[in-house]
Design a protein around this ligand. Structure first.
Ligand SMILES: Nc1ncnc2c1ncn2[C@@H]1O[C@H](COP(=O)(O)OP(=O)(O)OP(=O)(O)O)[C@@H](O)[C@H]1O
Length: 200
């Protein structure tokens, strides 16, 4: 089993979480998530180093300037981020780290020596992506339109030669999952899907 991280990205609502949760549930000893850093206060029961690496804003900013992060962002006044070290820590336990990150993070991880395998989870069509976002019923119309605009940029990135190692079209969930499993288990003859036109 290879311990290089598996990076999964793709539009919001395409089904990344659904696919990843299934993989982790089926193979809890083979795959794991990295522990993120955050400047927010721990909630009752959250253990430092387990739920998050809890840290100060000063320390977080130092880590940013040292280039320690694969990606980081600010939500409601707190910083959150994934360090290269946190990914290496998962590898050190013998598990393959699964990362669900955004395009910027994908571009950044490619600059590190982590040898990430990058998978783009594609919707079969824009119509289906639209339906899934609406079917989840978690977002306002505004938020859905924003997610679709970001989706188009992610698709443009994924179309660039060399940007991703595999495309998985999440049309039939079982079929998409079988392909994810083969790639995640580093089966050398696993072949990715063709990128759909997504021009609807
Ligand atoms: N192959 C599929 N066929 C039909 N519905 C699906 C399929 N895969 C996922 N879904 C449904 O689509 C919706 C979006 O899936 P999910 O939340 O996993 O997306 P996501 O890519 O993780 O989104 P986000 O990035 O916003 O977290 C969910 O309601 C899920 O049940």
């Amino acid at each position: 089993m290879t311990v290089s991280p598996l990076v999964i990205f793709g539009p919001s609502g395409v089904g990344k979480g659904t696919l990843i949760n299934r993989l982790i549930k089926e193979f809890p000893n083979a795959f794991g998530f990295s522990v993120s850093h955050t400047t927010r206060a721990p909630r009752p029961g959250e253990i430092d180093g387990k739920a998050y690496h809890f840290t100060t804003t000063d320390n977080f900013k130092n880590l940013i300037s040292e280039g320690a992060f694969i990606e980081h962002a600010q939500f409601s006044g707190n910083f959150y981020g994934t360090t290269i070290q946190a990914v290496q820590d998962v590898a050190a336990t013998g598990k393959r780290c699964i990362l669900d990150i955004e395009v910027q993070g994908v571009q950044q991880i490619k600059q590190t020596p982590l040898h990430a395998t990058v998978i783009f989870v594609s919707p079969p069509s824009m119509t289906v992506l639209n339906q899934r976002l609406r079917g989840r019923a978690t977002d306002s119309e505004d938020a859905i339109q924003r997610r679709l605009a970001i989706a188009r940029r992610e698709i443009d990135y994924a179309r660039q030669p060399g940007s991703v190692d595999y495309v998985i079209v999440n049309d039939d969930l079982d079929k998409a999952y079988q392909l994810l499993m083969r790639i995640a288990n580093a089966e050398l003859d696993a072949e990715g899907d063709q990128m759909p036109p997504l021009d609807d």
